[in-house]
Design a protein. Structure first.
Length: 255
């Protein structure tokens, strides 16, 4: 009886260790998600303290064709819309309510977001945070740089009389985990932005989503006269990688 009890104790311990290892491994492959607040014009403050001596991954090869990529859900076509936007980066860009800029000016110049044909989730183009403004880089030959604070903003648009509203997009990210972040955010004053974020290697194209009824740290942004949505990328003072690519951006605000 004692031997059987010992066997079950050992079995449970081994299974628990296996689940912990699997969870840590999965987290590393998919990066980390979080929430945060960003202020327009306020410099990004990177985490302090010594970094772990961890070897950085080699440059990943993104999916070579659309067949290798995941399908993205389409917004429902029925019902009246208060506001809607679709951006696939296939035509002239930026256009309409969308604009991009360097929030603080990086240590290597004026760098912000631009469209690129390096790769995409769908079609031939996507957005990359280091390709635009006067000192923009080329993702075919360059990684993003240190001390970036690159913003891509949509708005303002109204959510008055709306019953639902959301941002949906696709992203592929390879950034220094815990130090360099992709954010997707919303604001009611164009200055204080409430965000979700991702850091690390996404291990393929992932869904990004922000429900305007439940924005982190704020709550419901429906019923507002003006709302802004922003994509932000920040990096600290060391270690650069391929960075994030954003595609198939949809904002839908419905009555």
């Amino acid at each position: 009886m004692a031997n059987k009890r010992l066997f079950y104790v050992l079995l449970v311990t081994v299974l628990a260790l296996f689940l912990v290892v699997a969870a840590v491994s999965a987290q590393g492959r998919g990066g980390q998600y979080g929430t945060s607040i960003r202020v327009l014009g306020q410099p990004y403050v990177a985490p302090t303290g010594p970094k772990a001596n961890v070897a950085q991954p080699a440059k990943h090869v993104m999916p070579p064709n659309n067949a290798a990529k995941m399908a993205i859900a389409q917004p429902a076509a029925a019902g009246p819309f208060v506001y809607r936007l679709y951006e696939g980066y296939e035509g002239s860009w930026p256009t309409g309510d969308l604009y991009t800029y360097d929030n603080i000016g990086s240590s290597v110049g004026d760098i912000c977001c631009d469209d690129t044909d390096y790769d995409s989730f769908q079609g031939g183009w996507s957005a990359w945070p280091a390709g635009g403004c006067s000192d923009g880089l080329d993702p075919y030959t360059d990684y993003y740089v240190n001390d970036m604070d690159s913003w891509m903003v949509v708005g303002p648009f109204s959510t008055e009389q709306a019953k639902s509203g959301w941002l949906q997009f696709k992203f592929w990210n390879e950034s220094e985990q815990g130090y360099d972040y992709l954010y997707w955010c919303a604001s009611v004053d164009g200055g204080l932005f409430y965000c979700k974020n991702h850091t690390g290697y996404s291990d393929g194209w992932r869904n990004g989503r922000l429900n305007l009824r439940g924005v982190p740290y704020y709550g419901n942004m429906l019923g507002e006269e003006q709302v802004w949505v922003a994509f932000i990328f920040t990096s600290d003072g060391s270690v650069t990688l391929q960075g994030p690519f954003v595609d198939q951006v949809r904002i839908v605000v419905r009555k």
